[in-house]
Design a protein around this ligand. Structure first.
Ligand SMILES: [Fe+2]
Length: 247
């Protein structure tokens, strides 16, 4: 049995100008819910946008993240700052050279965090990331859960899909017939599920603000939503995911 929690998109600001609820408070309550579980997750993967673009550093978040009741693996999002992220979280994960990807055995699974933030692009993977992932998957001896900030699949929401996902075709070819059994992402601030590259793929609801549904091309806007997170549970060879709301 392996249980992994996924928390995404807290957008922790340092100016208190949160558009909806206080994400630090929601994160603390999520940590408390996880700490109270009889069977606790082996790890929490935080799938990006740890800080909001308005924040200049990670100084205001480190004490809060250190309160995580189980090991926390941080993944970078488009609001994060790569250099500051690497410095702040050195020692939290074994980051690759040149990008902030990592691979960590968690229970009976291999958790692979793939940095989908290309310099100057909205999201995707380049040759270096693909080569790194190819090597990780070639050596994997257990089922792989692949975590990214940007969903590699089309969400059919024009504003989310606007920049595309560079290298999606190459990534899809790599994932097919690989040990990857599940793809999890953030970025959308909405819960979405689909099938991509032959495996279930999803985005999780945010622990920070929600985003309005826009299927028409209009820009989405922050909306008050109940914050939440997901639990991914591998048991008897099957992965089942639970959405958890932080009331
Ligand atoms: Fe976000």
């Amino acid at each position: 049995m392996t249980l992994i929690a996924q928390i995404t998109d807290p957008h922790l600001r340092d100016d208190g100008a949160d558009p909806c609820h206080d994400p630090a408070d929601a994160l603390r309550r999520a940590f408390a819910m996880i700490a109270a579980m009889e069977l606790k997750p082996a790890a929490i993967v935080l799938t990006g946008d740890i800080i909001d673009r308005s924040a200049r550093s990670y100084d205001h978040v480190m004490h809060l993240l250190a309160e995580a009741p189980v090991p926390l693996l941080p993944l970078s999002g488009n609001h994060d700052r790569a250099d500051e992220f690497r410095a702040a979280f050195a020692g939290w994960a074994d980051f690759a050279d040149g990008h902030l990807s990592f691979a960590r055995p968690v229970g009976a699974m291999l958790l692979v965090g793939l940095d989908s933030n290309l310099p100057g692009a909205s999201g995707g993977v380049d040759r270096a990331r693909l080569d790194w992932l190819r090597g990780v998957l070639a050596n994997a001896r257990s089922p792989v859960i692949l975590a990214l900030h940007h969903p590699p699949f089309s969400t059919h929401a024009p504003h989310l899909d606007k920049g595309g996902f560079e290298g999606a075709g190459d990534l899809e070819a790599l994932v097919r017939d690989s040990p990857v059994c599940r793809i999890i992402a953030g970025h959308s601030h909405r819960g979405m599920q689909t099938l991509w590259a032959g495996v279930p793929a999803s985005t999780a609801i945010a622990i920070g603000h929600g985003l309005s549904l826009s299927l028409s091309g209009a820009r989405h806007t922050p909306i008050p939503t109940t914050p939440g997170y997901e639990l991914h549970h591998l048991h008897h060879g099957t992965l089942v995911s639970h959405q958890m709301l932080v009331a």
